[in-house]
Design a protein around this ligand. Sequence first.
Ligand SMILES: Cc1cc2nc3c(=O)[nH]c(=O)nc-3n(C[C@H](O)[C@H](O)[C@H](O)COP(=O)(O)OP(=O)(O)OC[C@H]3O[C@@H](n4cnc5c(N)ncnc54)[C@H](O)[C@@H]3O)c2cc1C
Length: 387
Amino acid sequence: MPVDRELPTPEAEHLLRLTREIADAELAPNAASYEREERFPREVFRLLGEAGLMGLPFGEDVGGGGQPYEVYLQVVEELAARWASVALGVSVHTLSCFPIDRFGTDAQRRDLLPDMVGGHLLGAYCLSEAHAGSDAAALRASARADGDGWTASGEKAWVTHGGQADFYSTFLRTPDDGEKGISCFHLTPDLAGFGAAPPEQKMGLTGSTTAAIRLDDVPVPADRLVGERGRGMGIALAALDSGRLGVSAVAVGLAQSALDLAVGYAVEREAFGRPIAQHQGVSFLLADMAAAVESARATYLVAARRKDAGKPYSRQASIAKLVATDAAMKVTTDAVQVLGGAGYTRDHPAERYMREAKVMQIFEGTNQIQRMVIGRHLTNAVVPPAG
Ligand SMILES: Cc1cc2nc3c(=O)[nH]c(=O)nc-3n(C[C@H](O)[C@H](O)[C@H](O)COP(=O)(O)OP(=O)(O)OC[C@H]3O[C@@H](n4cnc5c(N)ncnc54)[C@H](O)[C@@H]3O)c2cc1C
């Protein structure tokens, strides 16, 4: 069932219509087979770039769509309803463009951003390492000052689009900047010593490649530093606030699909002489699923509207990520239940949705970490942190 949306402008309504048309024609028919074959749909990102959907929240001066986050996120949600891996890819690409857009020099913004936000190039965001996921500030891969530039070495783990991307927004320890010194770099695969490991074998989102990136004494030119040296962790966290909204939208789109599938099945499937939807046990389950989807959507929209209004939104972004991804896990699990035995087979996408939902509670900060962020906001508002 099409989602009834409150959009701010006729332009946004047109954009959502265009997104649905493209997603119905190009994403929905291919999702199941690509996921089954673990194929990365690079050409789909090119197509979305040509349609102007890869840089929606960035300024028109750098080739972006100039759209508010509330509109961009609803586009992501519509994509996710047809193919979660692709919607996640759009969200990660947006996250990867954020450091240069927000912290880059005029020259970086002018020379690099148009091809990035135009979708000619695909981005990746490299913060995590094998031993440093939740505790990202414990990262060890480093960049040492070397002549005019830097030499980067170490390994970044779990990189969405690893080995597929054209640029990597990468966070590396810069030891000369003190114990906490971390800096952000714009790395590209053409640099000598840059390599990708074979993709991870995942439970779900198998159309989205995830791989470690190896940096083997990579010479990095000075103009690849993004933002101030030593201040990279602030850039990483600011990017993650907006990225968590992207993940929220992906989770809501996925949950909406699971709900639609379950409703469609429940009105057709009969047991005890009537459609199962007419048994209260099933209709209450469907009602709870709908309530979870709609409240998760409302929660991410509240956070997005705060961001669009220039207000702080970090706490609301963590709440949105927590609420939306927990909702997606519950709704996709209940969709399998509504379909009964059929839900447990690969004849229907319910089991895939359930596998895809699980990782959303893990990446871009696990939901335990979101609770820590929310808790800190609450208590710091009452008791300011020491020091
Ligand atoms: C498919 C996929 C794609 C990803 N894509 C990217 C990407 O593009 N870029 C990137 O940088 N990273 C990416 N990641 C990494 C992801 O962000 C991390 O997996 C995540 O942050 C968790 O880190 P970890 O796996 O090391 O788990 P750990 O940090 O080892 O956590 C293990 C468990 O302990 C819990 N835990 C840890 N610390 C605490 C605490 N203080 N309090 C309570 N519980 C705690 C966690 O919640 C979790 O349940 C991706 C991961 C996956 C699976």
